[in-house]
Design a protein around this ligand. Structure first.
Ligand code: SAM
Length: 279
């Protein structure tokens, strides 16, 4: 029987602040995937075991994102979960900015509220229960983070959400989007999925756990291709769009709103039409 407290197959799992975080090994969701109490409790460990090059991706988000942060603007974290994307920016810029984390999961927000209780008390960080399908936080942001969140939102809502992000971005500001992606063809997709499952097995998950999670995520986490994500970002109005990280079926983009863009939802004349999702 496997020792589920062990992380010895992944040396970096023992590094830093997550040393004592609850393990996600043994987690076998039975129904459709939800961000419930169990997931919230084990989430840091789950991310480290499930996201390829986890530390590389996180560091790239901080290194790149921090270049766009301007004092006295908002830093917004869409689908903030426990706040892991936002936390390094809070440490770096503290009260020089306002931070807004939004999420639909009460258990995730409960953990985030404990984590950021001092910043909330000081009045420069807010956590809002908010469903991005129908709502968006007010204010202008120099940086918006959308790390592994858009993939959980129905495809028909994604273009509108990205347009809203653009409208709420200050000129010169940026969005960082990290997503699981589909390969461009069935065969390549399958190769990348196989390699991804091999990575998860190397990080300690059993074949049964990997299969259970795959089934639970079916229809809940819906990746689209890289190209489709880039088209949606361009269609939202962003000018400078670049992929800054990719590992097989995971990718991250920076999307910049030009300094020339008008503050009131200035778009660069691109069509506003919705095209059907490429899924
Ligand atoms: C994989 S987690 C995001 C991880 C987090 N951004 C990070 O960097 O650690 C996806 C999050 O999106 C949230 N979410 C899913 N659908 C949402 C929606 N419609 N509106 C707001 N949040 C949503 C989930 O509750 C979950 O916390």
């Amino acid at each position: 029987m496997r020792d589920t407290t062990s992380s010895k197959r992944v040396p970096h799992l023992t590094a830093g602040r997550y040393k004592t975080a609850a393990t996600s090994l043994g987690h076998r969701p039975l129904g459709p995937w939800t961000f419930d109490e169990t997931v919230a409790a084990t989430f840091p460990d789950m991310l480290r075991r499930s996201i390829p090059q986890y530390d590389v991706m996180r560091q790239a988000v901080v290194d790149l994102g921090s270049r766009f942060v301007r004092p006295e603007t908002h830093i917004v974290d869409l689908g903030c979960a426990r706040g892991d994307a936002m936390a390094p920016f809070v440490r770096m810029f503290a009260g020089a900015n306002n931070y807004v984390g939004v999420d639909v999961s009460s258990p995730m927000l409960a953990v985030a509220r404990r984590r950021f209780r001092r910043e909330i008390a000081k009045g420069y960080l807010q956590l809002r229960p908010l469903d991005l399908r129908v709502d968006y936080p007010p204010g202008h942001a120099s940086l918006t983070l959308c790390v592994l969140t858009l993939q959980f939102i129905p495809t028909e809502n994604r273009r509108r959400i990205l347009r809203t992000v653009y409208e709420h971005t200050a000129p010169g500001g940026a969005l960082i989007l990290v997503e699981k992606v589909r390969g461009t063809g069935i065969e390549l997709s399958q190769v990348m999925i196989d390699l991804y499952h091999r990575l998860k097995a190397g990080h300690g998950y059993t074949a049964e756990e990997i299969e259970c999670k795959r089934l639970a995520l079916e229809g809940v986490l819906v990746p689209v291709t890289s190209k489709h994500n880039e088209e949606m970002l361009a269609g939202a109005g962003f000018d400078g769009i670049d992929c800054f990280w990719r590992w097989m079926n995971f990718a991250g983009w920076i999307a910049v709103k030009s300094m020339r863009a008008r503050r009131a939802g200035g778009r660069s004349g691109r069509a506003r039409t919705e095209s059907p999702p490429e899924i």
